[in-house]
Design a protein around this ligand. Structure first.
Ligand code: PMP
Length: 404
């Protein structure tokens, strides 16, 4: 068999090798039950204990406050594009029963392709009530690409929205909010319209940056969701962090005219059943639990934040060096570049194909940009080591020197 290569894929993506070895054991015999994880009852005491342990890993490592529930579900980020709309429109209906339907707005911050997909789903389900708080394409170099986080002055929120939506890291476009709250490209938390009592109906898609660094203002979010298949596990598991005032009686809301919520998408149902309303994706939960344990051993979020910053800085530096001699061209405006997905073009006829072929020969895969935007995309999720990133950087430097 071919040996393992360095995987810079955008997701599903690299997982830590020690975890995969342990998981292979669990496939045969999970925690000394004598039964493999794919063969075991999801209601067995061993699995229920494992699930609860995985939840505490997220709670302690990310510092999730007791105001928020951590829930496990399926359907990916895509199912959450629908679920956030249905759950938060129900909540809004119960909070403000007398508002006219066209006052139940949903404000979408568009900084990339995934936020746009979520917005399109909100329009399908909520019609004209879905509106754009800011569209970053307006501030792009070419007027059509997502290549930046807009400045705070460009956002316009409605007065009492049912939800305010953003995608923290745009996996395809390589755009991410700055973790530095004083940076002009940070998320504008201070500008958001608050409800009575000071709450925010804030929803963040953290699919491709989850557990890679701390989440700013985590406790102020109504809902944070993340598909597991980038930093923490295989596809099939979606992790939710939901503020408890968002666990509403969706059937009571429907009686008042809200769109009925399918039970498998209802946050209340998930919370009341402790994420066991129906059979969960046990294998994904198992591997994710092992990854979380491994993360803790290495030093948790603080360790990964420092590591991920260093990896990204090295790759951006290599892109800049290639830009100076006309070999590379970064795609994202300064201050808006993602730590997780770094996108750039290789200039010259046939040069991109040469870069990809050379990388593959040197044992690196997954560097081709998303089919909708082309170019190169380097994904540097938690399991990509600094040594892995160094090998890529050396390859990039060699490519630049040979092109000149
Ligand atoms: N949001 C983001 C930021 C993503 O990167 C992705 C998938 N790459 C999704 C949502 C959709 O996730 P899924 O395929 O799990 O539905």
């Amino acid at each position: 068999a071919t040996s393992r290569v360095i995987n810079f894929g955008a997701g599903p993506s690299a997982l830590p090798q020690p975890v995969l070895k342990k998981a292979a054991q669990g496939l045969l015999n999970f925690n000394d039950t004598g039964i493999g994880i794919a063969e075991l009852s999801h209601r067995s005491k061993e699995f229920v204990a494992f699930l609860s342990n995985a939840e505490s890993h997220i709670r302690t490592q990310l510092e999730v406050p007791p105001t928020h529930s951590i829930l496990f579900t399926q359907g990916g980020g895509t199912a959450q594009f629908s679920a956030v709309v249905l759950n938060l429109l129900s909540r809004h209906r119960l909070l403000f029963p007398d508002l006219a339907d066209d006052e139940r707005t949903m404000d979408y911050v568009l900084t990339g392709s995934w936020g746009k997909k979520a917005f399109d789903e909100a329009k399908r389900l909520g019609g004209a009530r879905a509106r754009v708080a800011v569209d970053a394409r307006k501030y792009s170099k070419d007027n059509v690409s997502f290549d930046n986080v807009p400045l705070h002055g460009e956002y316009a929120f409605s007065r009492a929205p049912a939800l305010i939506y953003y995608c923290e890291n745009e996996t395809i476009d390589g755009v991410q909010f700055s973790p530095d709250p004083t940076a002009p490209t940070s998320f504008p938390f201070a500008l958001l319209p608050r409800e009575r009592g000071g709450l925010l109906p804030l929803v963040g898609d953290h699919s491709s940056s989850f557990m890679s660094r701390p989440i700013p203002h985590l406790g102020e979010h109504a809902v944070i969701f993340a598909g597991a298949q980038k930093n923490v596990g295989p596809a099939g598991l979606t992790i939710l962090i939901v503020r408890q005032d968002c666990l509403v009686d969706v059937d009571a809301a429907a009686k008042l005219g809200a769109i009925p919520v399918p039970l498998c998408l209802s946050y209340t149902t998930l919370a009341q059943s402790k994420s066991l309303h129906n059979t969960p994706s046990m294998l994904s939960i198992y591997i994710t639990g092992l990854v979380l344990e491994y993360m803790k051993e290495l030093g948790g979020i603080a360790y990964y934040e420092a590591l991920n910053r260093r990896k990204a800085e090295k790759v951006y530096a290599a892109i800049r060096a290639g830009e100076e001699v006309g070999v590379f061209q970064g795609k994202v405006q300064s201050g808006s570049g993602s730590w997780m997905n770094i996108v750039f073009n290789i200039l010259g006829d046939g040069a991109e194909a040469r870069f990809l072929a050379g990388a593959e020969k040197a044992g690196m895969k997954g560097l081709k940009g998303h089919r909708s935007v082309g170019g190169i995309r380097v994904s540097l999720y938690n399991a990509v080591t600094e040594a892995n990133a160094d090998i890529l950087v050396q390859f990039m430097e060699k490519f630049v020197s040979e092109a000149n």
